[in-house]
Ligand binder design. Sequence first.
Ligand code: FES
Ligand code: FES
Length: 403
Amino acid sequence: MRTLRLTVNGRAVSAVVEPRVHLADFLRESQLLTGTHLGCEHGVCGACTLLIDGAPARSCITYAIACEGAEITTIEGLDDDDVTGELRAAFSREHGLQCGYCTPGMLVSARDIVIRLPDADERRVRLELSGNLCRCTGYVGIVRAVCAVLDERRRTVTPEPARHRPLGPVGSGHALPIGPGEIAGVTTVAPSSGVKSADESTGQTTGTAVAPTRPGTVLRQSFIVDHPRERVFAFFGRLDEVVACMPGAALTEAPRDGHVRGRLRIKLGPIAADFAGEANVERDPTSHRGVIRGQGRDSRTSSTAIGEVSYVLVEESSGAATRVDIEIGYALRGALAQFSRAGIVNDLAERLTAAFAQNVEARLGSADAWNAATAPSELDAGSLILSVIRTRIRRFFARLLGR
Ligand code: FES
Ligand code: FES
């Protein structure tokens, strides 16, 4: 349990919460603010949209404890807000709602459009509202209502200096990393033991020191490649080639003395993050183990990540193949920490590992296979999440139909 202090609708709130509780559940169940609705709970439908530090955010994929020190505004907190009042009237006038389930999230997003994009036309309004789904209205009334408020304000309100602000991930930026074993389904990295620095084993000096990591979330993955262990271990020592197998990752400098610098580009729907970071690599040829400890920062979202990836190679098929057991421990701080639901992250890690394994296999195989499997220059987490959701829906119907 954690003690959480934040501001909700202008009121200071202090509460003890489970680290796994997302912001929407915290607000609905402990603060009784049921105006924030829950639809998909996967960050897709937008029903749970509210404001974190003034910017729209999905509360279903934001851990409450990631909002330490943040200012949260729910639909209830916009009761006396001028723009929301105009939108409410326009929604009623233009039949912008039917069952009303999507309406709180829709109003929060619409208010953001009116304030952020005062010159928006209908096309832009539709684009900006595309993250809020409505099952009832067909959107015509909603779009008309938002456009009507924009038109009216263009006529009557003296325009403020342009406040164009690109939408992106939000968060308090004060969140503490999630601690060992605090989220169901994930555990802590055991301290690496018996792993010597690559440089110790060669007698060379070590590279630039990287601050100690403290990963809070750990994922475990395994894959098998059809090559002998020594060959795979030697390959894992060629860092430029290993990095080339990771979707979205690239080196920015040649590896030197077990130290690497690089970037990781991630795209999550409209959010694009570009982490620049560095890592130290240690390897132990006796136990066929290795560990990579690093940290990175995305300057646009002010998100930071620390991570530790450790692997051990195990012989399979009488030495003809190798099983690679990987542990990935990480902690995200700042805006991107809202992307931290354990189930989705686990599914994503499975898919990323599968892509990495396929690339390693190709790299160890023929040049043609490698050319056919070259890793993309940007990790599109958004499309991966969609495929995760599609898989889950298929599983759900299969269970329902007893197949
Ligand atoms: S409940 Fe659907 S995006 Fe949050
Ligand atoms: S009004 Fe029913 S979901 Fe939008």
